[in-house]
Write a protein that binds this ligand. Structure first.
Ligand SMILES: [Zn+2]
Length: 220
């Protein structure tokens, strides 16, 4: 996002902004700090009839263990953008390192608005997952279908996942024009689906193991 200030420039008290901290991942009410004011400016529409107010300023993560500094842009008092950007939260419990690294990269790309790059990394996560679980098939869709038979996953979710363009069977999917149309919503959906698949493949088992531990007689 380009930030361009109009000449109609002033200062404003910092509003509280609710966001997920890009550093610690917790949701929080971010306040301004010390007596630092926001920059405020008014942008006029091309017709000159409409006006939109913008604020830009610094906010502090309320988590005392984090206290990250975040730069925010507000449009009509609503959060428009944060730097570092907000990221989709995820649970890394029990995920193998290569899969975790690829997923983190997919999420960072999405946060930065690089949706095609994010989709490519999601595809890589899915390929790595199928390989790790020995799910075989001629293409990614068939491999995911094979994976669905070995993990606990609602069939409806797997069926609906077929709508995702990033799962296209085309071996040259990177060059396919349809790939160019992937926007933030589809990239986010692909990440959310991937999180569910990873949960089913790695995290339910961790929970089951912990529950089984409870059933064991306590050692004297
Ligand atoms: Zn934080």
């Amino acid at each position: 996002m380009d930030i361009r200030l109009s000449k109609d420039l002033g200062v404003d008290s910092p509003r509280i902004v609710n966001l997920r901290c890009p550093i610690c991942g917790h949701l929080g009410a971010f306040h301004g700090l010390l007596n630092i004011l926001d920059l405020k400016w008014i942008a006029h529409s091309a017709t000159g009839r409409g006006v939109t107010s913008f604020n830009a300023g610094l906010r502090l993560c309320p988590n005392n263990d984090c206290r990250a500094l975040v730069f925010v842009i507000l449009k009509s008092a609503e959060l428009q953008q944060a730097y570092p950007p907000e990221v989709i939260d995820f649970d890394s419990t029990n995920l193998p390192q290569p899969i975790l690294q690829s997923l983190e990269e997919a999420i960072k790309c999405h946060a930065a608005g690089c949706n095609k790059a994010s989709a490519l990394m999601v595809r890589r996560v899915l390929e790595e997952l199928c390989q790790a679980k020995n799910a075989q098939g001629a293409d990614l869709k068939k491999r995911l279908a094979a994976l669905g038979k070995t993990i606990v996953m609602p069939q409806e979710l797997l069926d609906a996942a077929d709508q995702l363009r990033i799962l296209g069977n085309d071996a040259a999917h990177v060059e396919a024009k349809v790939y160019d149309k992937i926007g933030p919503d589809e990239a986010e959906l692909a990440i959310e689906l991937t999180k569910e698949l990873l949960k089913a493949a790695y995290q339910y088992t961790a929970l089951v193991d912990r529950l089984k531990e409870l059933a064991k007689p306590a050692t004297p």
